[in-house]
Ligand binder design. Sequence first.
Ligand code: GDD
Ligand code: MN
Length: 365
Amino acid sequence: MPSAELSVIVPTFKERGNVAELVRRLDAALKGLAWEVIFVDDNSPDGTAAAVKDLAARDGRVRCLRRVGRRGLAGACIEGMLSSAAPYVAVIDADLQHDEKVLAQMLATLQSGGADLVAATRYVEGGSAASFSQGRGAISQLATRLARRLLRTNLSDPMSGFFMVRRACVEEMAPLLSPVGFKILLDIAITGGDRLRIAEQPYSFGERAQGESKFNAQIGLEFLGLLLAKLSGDLIDPRFIFFALVGTTGLIVHLATLKLALALLPAQPDLFRVAQAMATFVAMTSNFLLNNELTYRDRRLKGAAQLRGFLLFCLIASVGVLANIDLASWLYVERSGWWLAGAAGAIMSALWNYAMSTLFVWRAR
Ligand code: GDD
Ligand code: MN
């Protein structure tokens, strides 16, 4: 059997009811071509991986990469593309919303040498996104506009999760891509820069066949994180942006608790210490929980590990506070203005907390 010319990468999470139909449609759409399909499943509880492996047992063109202990659309796409040895790789959703019938044309465009990447788009003549609900349509439009304005991409549909690319291009930029969020095409286009020649292929975005969408507010936030990270020239890690946002809510929680405690406790001077200690504890707890849910969602701690992590987090934060006060006082004595000293102290402890939390509390498995 000739080795595949095209690997079709399909990220899946809870798509059991869609995979067989997708393979049938690929078979029809790619007749006469040497292709394979690689499903990258994040250990879906509905048994998607087992369903794919059933298909694979009967069809050598079907493969399954089952990832355990990990979640994320972009990361799944990256790993799928890197598992391929074909000259061309495509990414397509499992839920049949992307029109597989344009794949052959996309491959022809790449093979003719005119482009390194073909992005399937809903937003040019010949394409459509009519099946979007009003709400999702508006979000998609807004994200498209933000990306085009802030990131200066020429893609007409930068939010698309449907594209085909020369594998060599992906291999080269893989270490620079972010596994977080949904925006894998945008990330590739920006990372590739001017050297990556992009063509577009219109298509009509369809209705989801079975199951439901995994898009949620968290993914929207992650997109904002990606925008900020790219705006800072990758200087700022998106995870740190979340960590800093959580820290800011912590300050609000702290002040609110302090005010409440002062109102409830009898007005004695030494009780301010008690109120301040309570506020610190509440803020630290809410910071920990929010970071666990948001910043380090992909490494979320549960059960006993969560308690252990919380104690460690408090310990790290206490050291951070001491270092913060030391640095700020030293700067202040050295006669920098109060605000510069204060801000330097706060930024330093935020960086410290972030580095230590990433290394020790939510360490990568
Ligand atoms: N492996 C893996 N891990 N796959 C995932 C994950 C994950 O954490 N989350 C979603 N997927 C898979 C789904 O199973 C599906 O095959 C595909 O990624 C797209 O997910 P949907 O949940 O169907 O996303 P959508 O339809 O709301 O969003 C579509 O439109 C967006 C633009 O508006 C997708 O095409 C996105 O890629 C696109 O950005
Ligand atoms: Mn979908």
